[in-house]
Ligand binder design. Sequence first.
Ligand code: BG6
Length: 489
Amino acid sequence: ENESTVSITVVGASGDLAKKKIFPALFALYYEDCLPKHFTIYGYARSKMTDAELRNMVSKTLTCRIDKRENCSEKMDQFLKRCFYHSGQYDSEENFSQLDKKLKKQEGGRVSNRLFYLSIPPNIFTEAVKCSSLSASSGNGWTRVIVEKPFGRDSESSAVLTKALKQYLAEDQIFRIDHYLGKELVENLSVLRFANLIFEPLWSRRYIRNVQLIFSEDFGTEGRGGYFDNYGIIRDIMQNHLLQILALFAMETPVSLDAEDIRNEKVKVLRSMRPLRLEDVVVGQYKSHSRGGVTYPSYTDDKTVPKDSLTPTFAAAALFIDNARWDGVPFLMKAGKALHNRGAEIRVQFRHVPGNLYNRNFGTDLDRATNELVIRVQPDEAIFLKINNKVPGLGMRLDRSNLNLHYAARYSKEIPDAYERLLLDAIEGERRLFIRSDELDAAWALFTPVLAELEEKKIIPESYPYGSRGPVGAHYLAARYNVRWGDLD
Ligand code: BG6
């Protein structure tokens, strides 16, 4: 019987992402028996390393959710035996063809399927794609390439990259990762909307006043300044992670759950959006701050960041979808580093109840009385709906309470890491959670003009103290659209 084999080559094996996410995710998949019977993992990087050294490195990266399980170390040993290392330059055809020989040997004449995960800096991307396509599987197997952002810096550079990739690969071989799409609660968005009767009828401008997409980290860019300074928070978080969530949130019902049907709807909603305008953006950059005897650095204290950098580490933006469903509803995004807490949330604020009998219970602040649906993507995953309720007792006092689906309380099984789901999907050829090239174009089209303007006009970011709630400008922006930011809770 000619069984097939799958090899997974992690190009950039000694990098941060490989260590933090890719190897641990592969191991978790192995532990859960999700990897195919005949699989091999190759680490590919420039430094010289033996297989044993790679195994040692990988074993140290095991900080995934599995490491607390029993028989973890036994499984780990089995897993490591399937891991190998190949040292080579990222632009060397010769080095890749040596890898090809090794792979062929291990495949032993079985149908060979090959997955390449390019976890390398963007400037060597195209060369690596070219070279790795030389070690594409021959015969009946498939070859797939996973690529990570940044996919360029704007529409133009992204198009150049896409063109270069398409010289060597067909669109259905390219798996563009946005790891937010692999997060449990992001995947659940479609279930929430389309498998429940009670949400979808409310899912429009008729009942929804505004939608907020909030990303917050309580640490700075320490150690990543070199990468970050060239991109900034809008490219790092908004153009991809938050926009992808928005697309899933706001798209029309897809014809089916097939990848193409879902992605068609996502593209449609992205193309219905207005490019972001400069007056609808607030940018910020964090500054040193001392608290409790500790001094937290400024963004520009990082040695790899120029002292006069104008790169935003925070941004707030108001976006609009010009279609029948969402006309006039502000979609507010907020993303920042070095803020007071860490989390990612979607908050849906509903309209006031018309002619509310209980208005007087809320005084002049009717906003306090509106329903709000909160989808907490992380940490401590939860979905809750803020409703008005009578405080038990003889009087008539109302307060807001939560109908609460708290994942940790409801589900005993751990939530897999986004990379586990995405790697498994790539191995299985499921494209639903990967970004199609027209989707990428549409996403860039929304942000490219404002990014150019911010740079041309040298807009100075508003400074905010490390560990604070970010620049006050974000509140003024929201207030212009009659929105009050919800607080991560
Ligand atoms: C990455 C960004 O895509 O996402 C990082 O480049 C950011 O700047 C990270 O820290 C956040 O991911 P997560 O899964 O930890 O929320």
